[in-house]
Design a protein around this ligand. Structure first.
Ligand code: CO
Length: 153
């Protein structure tokens, strides 16, 4: 069902400061920055392995990309899930995003296995992906995102 870890979502208060920190510390480049007012967040995707990205273009196994990302998230408003998370927990890991091949078949299958979907979450993520979220109670307390990759990203 899960093809790999696509990204780890990290809540932060100052996304520009965090992008600088991840660059200084780990050498990670920001491959996409988006302001998403409808979702109330600023998002940055940092490629963990640019070398792997190049390799993936050449021929990742099964046609799936091997690069993974750190997703930095800063809430634009307090009255969002992310805003509440920061208030309650402070900065840190907010969710884990797994790559799946076909969201339309994976979601009903996981529901059949007892997973609960988070209602009213954005259906489209950064970098052209289609996404869905499982309630933390479905996955050992972790907000779990399923990501169907846009092949052209
Ligand atoms: Co995410």
């Amino acid at each position: 069902v899960l093809l790999g870890i696509d990204h780890v979502g990290i809540a932060c208060r100052d996304i520009h400061g965090s992008m600088r920190r991840y660059r200084e510390l780990f050498g990670l480049d920001v491959v996409r920055f988006e302001e998403r007012p409808a979702s109330g967040v600023l998002e940055a995707m940092l490629a963990v392995s640019p070398t792997a990205l190049t390799t993936a273009v050449g021929g990742a196994r099964d046609g799936h990309r091997v690069v993974s990302y750190v997703q930095l998230l800063q809430p634009l408003r307090d009255d969002t899930a992310l805003g509440r998370f920061l208030h309650e927990h402070g900065e840190g890991i907010q969710h884990v995003g797994y790559a799946v091949a076909d969201l339309a078949s994976v979601v009903p299958e996981l529901e059949r296995r007892g997973a609960r979907l988070v209602p009213d979450m954005p259906a489209h993520g950064i970098l052209g992906s289609s996404i869905a979220f499982l309630e933390p109670s479905s996955a050992a307390g972790v907000l779990t995102e399923l990501v169907e990759i846009d092949e052209h990203r």
